[in-house]
Structures are given as C-alpha cells and as structure tokens.
Design a protein around this ligand. Structure first.
Ligand SMILES: Cc1cc2nc3c(=O)[nH]c(=O)nc-3n(C[C@H](O)[C@H](O)[C@H](O)COP(=O)(O)OP(=O)(O)OC[C@H]3O[C@@H](n4cnc5c(N)ncnc54)[C@H](O)[C@@H]3O)c2cc1C
Length: 387
C-alpha cells in the first residue's frame, strides 16, 4: 500500500512535470499571419519590423501609391483573426519600445507604442508612480491597448483614452502629426479605440498616478445581490478597484460569485518590487482540471473560492494589482481554441442579463464542444469622448 507521504510526493513530482505551454501562433508562422487564437490566418505579403518613424512613413507612402493595405500588430492578443489583410503589409511594432521621457512633477510618461505596460511599470516604479488605467495583465503593448480603448479594474478612471495627453500619429497618408486634446480633438476621438484604422500610433504621453497601497476585500455573493452590492461600492469612494467572477461550475452555475475590491489605505509605496509570475504550474494544473468540466469544474470553483478567501485582508500596491499572472492561461491544444469575449451590459440590466444567460447556456457543458470556462465582471464607465 502507498503511504500518504509517498502519494503526496508522487503528486508533487507530477505537478513539476506538468508542461507550461507557450503560445505557438503569431507573426512568425511562415507567411501566414494570425493572432493569439490562431483563427483565420491570412497570407500576408510581408511583415516589417518598425525601426524608426521615417522608415514607417516610407512604407505607408509606398503602400498608398501601390494600393496595398497595411495593418498594425502589437502583441497580437486581439482575438478573432480580423486584424490582418490578405497580401497586405504588417507593421510589427514590438521593436518600437523606447521610453522617451518621464516627467515626475507632471506625473506623465512618453513612451513608444510597441512598449508594453510591463516596460512602463518598470520605469515608473522608482518614482512611486503607477498607471491610471491598464488591463489586469501588463503583457500588452501601449499601441494595441489604446487602439481598443482598453479598461481595467479601476472603477474611478474611465477607459484608457481618458489618460492620454498626447499622441504622435502616422496618418494613413503618411504624415507624422502631434495630436493633443486641445489642437486636434477629432483625431484623438477616432484613433483611441480605432483598431489601427486611423493611423499608426508611434508614441503616447500618458497620465500617471501614485503607486498607492490597497487593502484587498473579498466576499462571496449570490448573483442576484450583485447589482445593489456594486451600486453601493460606486458610492463608497474608498474603493478604487474591483472585479468579480461568476461561477460556471454545474452545481452553482450563474448563482454564486465572488467579488474582489481594493480599498485605499492612505499609504504609498515605491519600494515593493514588481511581482513576477507566481505558482504557474499549480494554477495551470487547476485550470486544466476546471477545463474538463462536470464535477471537476465544481472542484475548480471551490478551490478558487478558497484561494480568494485566503487573500481577504492582504495589502497590494497599485502596480502589482495591475500585473496579474497570465502564463497559466496559455492554451495550445491542437484543434481547439479558447477565446475571450467582452460584452458591455448597463449596470441596471445585469440581473436580467444573468437571467437570460441561464436560459441560454447549459448548466453542465462537460460533453459539449462549446464550453464556458470563466466569467469575469469589470466596470467600465461610459466614455463619451470617443466615437
Ligand atoms: C488574457 C487577456 C486579458 C485581457 N484583459 C483585458 C482587460 O482587462 N481589459 C481590456 O480592455 N482588454 C483586455 N484584453 C483585450 C486586450 O486589451 C486587447 O486584445 C489589446 O488590444 C491587446 O494588446 P496587443 O498589444 O496584443 O494588441 P494587438 O492585438 O496587437 O492589436 C490590437 C489592435 O490595435 C491595433 N494596433 C496595434 N498597435 C497599434 C499601433 N501602434 N497603432 C495603431 N494601431 C495599433 C491592431 O491593428 C489591432 O487592431 C485582454 C486580452 C487577453 C488575451
């Protein structure tokens, strides 16, 4: 008979052997170009690494003369294969990643569009500064994020567009333009959230804020209580960041949820280092169990709740709250794809929306081809500045 210790040892060994998958799709797939999902690859004419703005300007002008189409790639996390043109030119912006200037007094950073939020965080941390708005992961480029007008966990600042002071833009006709809120509001209005259709963002000047320290509050709720919970939270100015997860496990399907709030402590921090990826193997192992569905998805949900409960009362810096782990989510099973989709629902229709989902989605999708693995809720204030 195998002893408990031996059993535990075997489990730990198995976990250490558990592979950490890396994405396989992207610009380097011969001359087929696709995004993170690998859906709808396009045969492009060429992929050009952005070296400097003059070279990009030349490519845009030449393309105009020959009638060729251009698309722009950051880190290619946009999903659905809609970004690239058949026989077109793809501008790979990842090499365009220098920090141009940090103004500590004005709390701004000017940075090239192919840099990532990770790059920004590394630069601003020593000044005790942090981003106003970024996605919950820091893996995306500035250009790619501004072009979708991304939102994050902060419930006090609206989407990202509101934090942009200035842009340098390469227009579709090949001009390089400085775009500010004062002198050319119409460009700003289209470019931020414009999916690269209104020009190439070369660099952006972004507003920053303090690297505040927050206390984490977590709580389990019934989905029917969320609307009033969140309305109260919005009135409570002490809470600055928030997100929630709804159960997709069969035994609590769309009934249970948990919330995670970040409340001001009044303290700031420029010493706590930026956190790296932690517990990748364990999280990936747990997520893969959840992906199986059925009773194992119930187990995954219970494990998530336990973990979330265990972080109640912890402290975290703003920078670290904006750089959640992402490697554990990588999914590269041949013939299958995982897609993240966003739906914007007015707060006062949330309950009705969940009710409709209950009618539409199967409680247990274990044997279905189409499965739902996760529902995360965020708040994005309405953005009246963008088209
Ligand atoms: C795991 C995960 C978590 C996510 N979380 C969030 C979240 O919390 N909030 C949120 O809002 N979104 C979220 N997203 C979506 C994400 O914000 C977008 O997919 C974002 O565009 C990714 O940036 P990227 O650098 O990969 O952009 P890409 O996919 O490379 O590009 C996005 C779009 O911008 C255009 N573009 C890229 N660079 C430029 C440029 N320099 N100039 C002009 N146009 C350009 C591209 O042509 C494309 O249309 C998430 C996505 C994933 C996969």
């Amino acid at each position: 008979m195998v002893s408990w210790d031996a059993y535990l040892y075997i489990c730990c060994r198995r976990l250490m052997e558990f592979p950490i998958e890396k994405r396989k799709y992207g610009l380097s797939q011969s001359n087929l170009t696709t995004d993170y999902t690998g859906l709808l690859p396009k045969r492009v004419e060429r992929v050009v690494k952005a070296e400097n703005s003059a070279a990009l300007q030349r490519i845009v002008r030449e393309a105009n003369e020959s009638g060729q189409q251009i698309s722009v790639a950051g880190l290619q996390h946009s999903q659905g294969g809609h970004t690239y043109y058949e026989d077109g030119v793809v501008l790979d912006m990842r090499t365009f990643n220098d920090v141009i200037n940090i103004d500590e007094q004005a709390k701004t950073i000017r940075i090239e569009a192919g840099a990532t939020w990770e790059d920004v965080q590394e630069e601003v941390l020593p000044y005790g500064l942090a981003l106003k708005v970024a996605q919950s992961q820091s893996i995306f480029t500035i250009g790619g994020s501004l072009s979708v007008n991304a939102h994050g966990r902060d419930i006090r600042f609206g989407p990202m567009a509101g934090t942009v002071k200035e842009l340098t833009l390469l227009t579709p006709t090949g001009e390089i333009k400085t775009v500010t809120r004062d002198n050319s509001a119409s460009w700003m209005k289209y470019v931020l959230g414009g999916y690269g259709l209104f020009g190439v963002i070369l660099d952006a000047t972004l507003e920053l804020t303090e690297n505040d320290v927050y206390t984490i509050h977590t709580e389990e709720l019934k989905t029917e209580d969320y609307e009033s919970y969140f309305s109260n939270l919005l009135d409570n100015e002490n809470t600055v960041m928030h997100y929630a997860r709804v159960s997709v496990a069969p035994s609590s399907f769309l009934d249970e949820m948990y919330v995670i709030d970040y409340a001001e402590t009044g303290n700031q921090d420029n010493e706590t280092p930026l956190k790296g990826e932690q517990g990748v193997r364990l999280s990936k192992f747990a997520l893969d169990i959840g992906r199986t569905g059925g009773i194992l998805e119930d187990l995954f949900w219970e494990t998530q709740k336990r973990y979330i409960n265990s972080i109640d009362g912890n402290s975290i810096t703003r920078n670290n709250a904006m750089r959640s782990e992402s490697t554990f989510m990588e999914f590269t099973k041949p013939g299958k794809v995982e897609v993240l989709q966003e739906f914007f629902v007015p707060l006062n229709s949330y309950e009705e929306y969940i009710g409709d989902l209950k009618q539409l989605l199967p409680r247990d999708d274990k044997d279905d081809d189409f499965k739902i693995h996760n529902i995360t809720l965020r708040y994005a204030a309405e953005d009246l500045t963008q088209v």
